[in-house]
Design a protein around this ligand. Structure first.
Ligand code: C2E
Ligand code: CA
Ligand code: CA
Length: 419
């Protein structure tokens, strides 16, 4: 195609004209500014009229194809943007009764597993039912959300089966909450002399057919589905009731600690619910402690600090659980109105054998002491770990070495025995 001004057109057309005069038909496109100064595209067809082997004239057909060009360009732009979309896109020709697929982008082929050859021209109905497709896309999205932001997940059958298990667990958990399959265990915390100085409530689920299901498996499901609000409320209430019973028996030393999930903590009305539980169970706030993970405090940290200050004012203590596993730096501790830090089990595990883990434990203990915080070492399983941590200034300990989590009745006996 040529694109010239009028002089240029003449120069371009001239050699073409010579070929036409020589008896050869010519077609070509030119673009030039018309009388109104607008750029237009023209398709030209010149057919020589030949009489007795001599050219006597020319049929000239000139067509303005500017609109057709523009439409093609628009289509190219649209196609490029659909192609680069992360969402699966299917374009169907609805003018045809069988609605053939005329375009699918790369995301569509990646997500569905269909190849372009399989689907282009095929009736759209032949694709797996759109409901199923949406369901599968939904599962992938659900999984992607679970993994945090800025990611994508491609649907696979494996994902399907994992998520079906989760859906099953969700339904069963609903039933478990209603029918009382949940109960609490209590694990003692001890001081440097091995004397009881606190308790942690840990939820347990005894499924009628599957047996015990670990909170590490069902708490995340409850968090995703929102069931944690109800479940968490039940846990705090039960723990407060049992703490009250222990107090009445003269057996409670220190506080009753309850684990809080981020969703519970950030839920509007959390403080109101907590106040009403304390009131209903008659437990003084001085006997309650809430364990929060670093994740809770990183998300909306200003809002979190406000809530921590209110809790502080109420007399409820707070602890940072699994310390060292999150993203936080030590420096953020200075801004947090918390009372305790629980060093994660993963550091305590190798505290006597791995220098780096020992360094983390020592660092946390020193720092916490300077900030006036109490440190609890979690998951202490051996005497060596206990002695090592104690020699470096740790104040409180929790782990199988002292006691496993147990039922309320067993706890009463344990306290009776250990004094
Ligand atoms: P966590 O808060 O870090 O709880 C400590 C976990 O370590 C408990 O597991 C406990 O049984 C276990 N543990 C204690 N001492 C030792 C030890 O010496 N060695 C070893 N290997 N493990 C020890 P559990 O009860 O299975 O709980 C797992 C997690 O589930 C908890 O970790 C907590 O994050 C969550 N969880 C438990 N109960 C609740 C609850 O009521 N609400 C919420 N939101 N989360 C809970
Ligand atoms: Ca905990
Ligand atoms: Ca922990």
């Amino acid at each position: 195609m040529f694109a010239f001004d009028r002089e240029g057109v003449y120069q371009a057309v001239n050699p073409v004209a010579q070929k036409i005069v020589a008896g050869h038909p010519q077609t070509f496109e030119v673009a030039f500014l018309n009388a109104q100064g607008k750029r237009r595209n023209y398709e030209c067809a010149f057919v020589p009229i030949v009489v007795d082997a001599g050219g006597v004239g020319v049929f000239a057909l000139v067509k303005d194809v500017t609109d057709r060009h523009q439409a093609q360009e628009n289509q190219r732009i649209l196609q490029r943007s659909l192609e680069s979309s992360e969402n699966a896109v299917v374009v169907v020709d609805v003018r045809e009764s069988h609605m053939p697929v005329v375009f699918v982008n790369s995301a569509f082929t990646a997500i569905t597993g269909y190849s372009r050859e399989e689907v282009i021209g095929a009736p759209v109905k032949q694709l797996t039912g759109p409901e199923k497709l949406i369901q599968q896309a939904d599962m992938a999205m659900y999984k992607a959300k679970q993994q945090g932001r800025d990611t994508y997940v491609v649907y696979s059958e494996d994902l399907d089966s994992k998520l079906s298990k989760r859906v099953e667990l969700r339904n069963e958990l609903q039933e478990a909450i209603k029918t009382g399959q949940l109960f609490l265990n209590y694990q003692p915390q001890v001081d440097r002399d091995g004397q009881l100085c606190g308790l942690e409530a840990l939820v347990r689920w005894k499924h009628p057919k599957k047996g015990f299901i670990s909170p590490a498996d069902f708490i995340p499901v409850a968090e995703e589905t929102g069931q944690i609000a109800h479940l968490g409320k039940w846990v705090i209430t039960q723990a407060c009731k049992d703490a009250r019973r222990l107090l009445e028996m003269g057996l409670l030393k220190g506080r009753m600690a309850v684990n809080l999930s981020p969703l519970q903590f950030h839920r509007p009305g959390f403080l109101t619910v907590l106040r009403s539980i304390l009131e209903d169970t008659g437990l003084a706030p001085e006997h309650l402690e809430l364990e929060l993970t670093e994740g809770i405090l990183m998300k909306d940290s200003e809002g979190a600090i406000d809530i921590l200050n209110v809790l502080n004012g109420m007399g409820v203590a707070t602890a940072i659980d699994d310390f060292g596993t999150g993203f936080s730096s030590f420096s953020y501790l200075k801004d947090l109105p918390v009372d305790n830090i629980k060093i994660d089990r993963s550091f305590v595990d190798n505290v006597t054998t791995n220098e780096k883990d020992a360094a983390v434990c020592k660092g946390v203990i020193t720092l916490a002491r300077e900030m006036g915080l109490n440190v609890v070492a979690e998951g202490v399983e051996t005497q060596e770990q206990f002695c090592y941590l104690k020699s470096h200034g740790c104040e409180s300990f929790q782990g199988y070495y002292f006691a496993r989590p147990m039922l309320f009745e067993d706890l009463v006996q344990w306290i009776g025995k250990t004094g």
